[in-house]
Design a protein. Structure first.
Length: 496
């Protein structure tokens, strides 16, 4: 179909199914499910830009009707369901990868915001049916997802849309099992990453050649885990083990960097190289005496000079590895530049460096956040994640790239995962995840870990701070952040 003059839009893509999947079965569902979410995404985006009667919108809606009907007739049913970070079509979980990350995120955000967890197609649909549904997803009515869900039900009844049946989000046993397996996979990935990092650092310290193949597998595991279930792995960064700080810090920085890289649209190969650079960013410290690294008091001038030399010593260490030819140059650059500021101040001082690389800016932000929120030999009281994020954002002297910091805030929220908070109900809570509704970024999902008398409980109850009572007042609100140890709480225990 031709576009209207001056629209600037491309013709709607017509999605097809490969011959291998045409026989039906799970392969058909996965491929057609992918086509369905792409068609739904295209229709939503076109409706957002143009009036419903526009030819581009009508073409996009027509393709959505065609894909949905083909799948419904072939399979005998069509159900679209969102659960956590996953999308299911006819009970088949669709794979999330970099190619469809934007589409997944867009649909997940709009369905969650509207309070819809399950959409069943009961019969043949029309362009009008989809227009009613998608228009509401773009501009839902109501203060909370539960309110918006009720409003959508009322709109369906008022506009006579019998082809759709919607339900609020409810996890099935299979989905709960899938989530549990994902959490266990995240734990394995994290522990293996710490062990591999420890081996590498110790090998370099003793002048031996580390097992780079093992490390590369670890980084690949982190990238894969971030792409499939980011929340589980990011949650484990709250452990921040003091005894193994050097190693857990490197792993945490790798996790934050890869998650941040995905957020700004890096490719899988770029994420892999970024992960390598992040995991090895402090390798130069393996050549600094451990008594200097772990000194609890203030460093003298000579000791500080040793610490400040770890970036260029890290670069030399990477060049001297036997398999250095297989180690990406842009990952090596991170070891040298991660303590430089946006204006190339900081350390080491370099007369030739005019600007620092994108990978180095990402790792510098992740490194600063994790270091400030962790307990170390010379930092007995770590800062709260929320205050550190605010400092990175608001204090120009920190020298962070503000575009990267904004993306980091988008990733972690105003109250990052692991932030310990006191509620106006006098309950204590830990931030569990960012609210999926961008308009409610100040009201995250939290884990209630005590009653109003301060009695600590485990594993706690997950609640959304966006919930309201019958009078329309929020049931709980954060009044301040606090030190969890003051209340006898170890944040990491709730994510293990």
């Amino acid at each position: 179909m031709n576009n209207p003059p001056g629209s600037g839009a491309r013709p709607t893509q017509r999605f097809t199914v490969s011959q291998a999947a045409q026989a039906g079965g799970e392969g058909f569902v996965r491929e057609m499910g992918r086509n369905l979410i792409l068609a739904m995404y295209g229709a939503l985006k076109s409706l957002r830009m143009y009036p419903a009667e526009n030819a581009v919108v009508q073409s996009a809606l027509g393709e959505l009707v065609r894909v949905a009907e083909e799948m419904r007739v072939t399979e005998g049913e069509l159900e679209f369901r969102v659960a956590g970070e996953f999308i299911f079509v006819n009970s088949t979980r669709l794979r999330l990868d970099l190619d469809n990350y934007t589409t997944f995120s867009y649909l997940l955000t709009h369905f969650r915001s509207a309070g819809v967890g399950d959409l069943k197609i009961l019969g043949a649909t029309s362009l009008r049916d989809w227009t009613v549904l998608l228009s509401f997803l773009l501009k839902p009515m109501g203060d909370t997802p539960a309110d918006r869900y009720q409003q959508l039900l009322a709109r369906f009844e008022m506009t006579n849309v019998p082809s759709f049946e919607i339900s609020p989000p409810i996890e099935s046993e299979d989905e709960q099992k899938s989530r549990s397996e994902s959490r266990e996979s995240a734990k394995r990935t994290y522990s293996e990453s710490v062990a591999a990092t420890k081996d590498v650092m110790n090998s370099v310290r003793m002048g031996q050649s580390p097992n780079l193949k093992k490390v590369k597998r670890v980084v690949q595991g982190i990238v894969d885990q971030i792409l499939s279930d980011e929340a589980s792995l990011v949650g484990l960064t709250t452990i921040r083990d003091y005894d193994d700080y050097t190693f857990t810090h490197s792993v945490n920085v790798c996790i934050f960097s890869v998650a941040l890289g995905r957020r700004i649209g890096l490719s899988r190969l770029q994420l892999y190289d970024l992960g390598l650079g992040a995991l090895f960013h402090d390798i130069g410290k393996s050549r600094v005496p451990s008594e200097v690294i772990n000194k609890p008091g203030q460093l003298n001038e000579d000791e500080w000079r040793m610490i400040a030399s770890h970036p260029w010593m890290g670069l030399l260490a990477l060049f001297q590895l036997k398999e250095a030819t297989e180690f990406p140059y842009r990952a090596m650059r991170v070891a040298y530049e991660h303590h430089m500021k946006r204006d190339v101040s900081g350390y080491p001082r370099s007369l030739r460096t005019k600007s620092i690389g994108m990978f180095s800016r990402i790792v510098a932000c992740a490194d600063a956040f994790d270091a400030a929120t962790s307990r170390r030999s010379y930092q007995s009281e770590p800062l709260s994640p929320a205050s550190v994020l605010a400092e990175l954002r608001d204090n120009a002297r920190r020298g962070q790239d503000q575009v990267i910091v904004k993306a980091f805030v988008s990733l972690l929220g105003i109250y990052p995962v692991g932030t310990f908070v006191v509620l106006d109900t006098f309950e204590l809570a830990i931030v569990h995840s960012v609210n999926p509704d961008p308009a409610l970024v100040s009201r995250p999902i939290v884990l209630i870990v005590s009653d109003d008398l301060g009695n600590v409980r485990h594993p706690g109850d997950v609640v959304s701070l966006a919930e309201k009572d019958e009078a329309g007042t929020h049931r709980r609100t954060i009044i301040k952040t606090a030190d969890p140890e003051r209340y006898g709480v170890r944040v990491g225990d709730y994510f293990l």
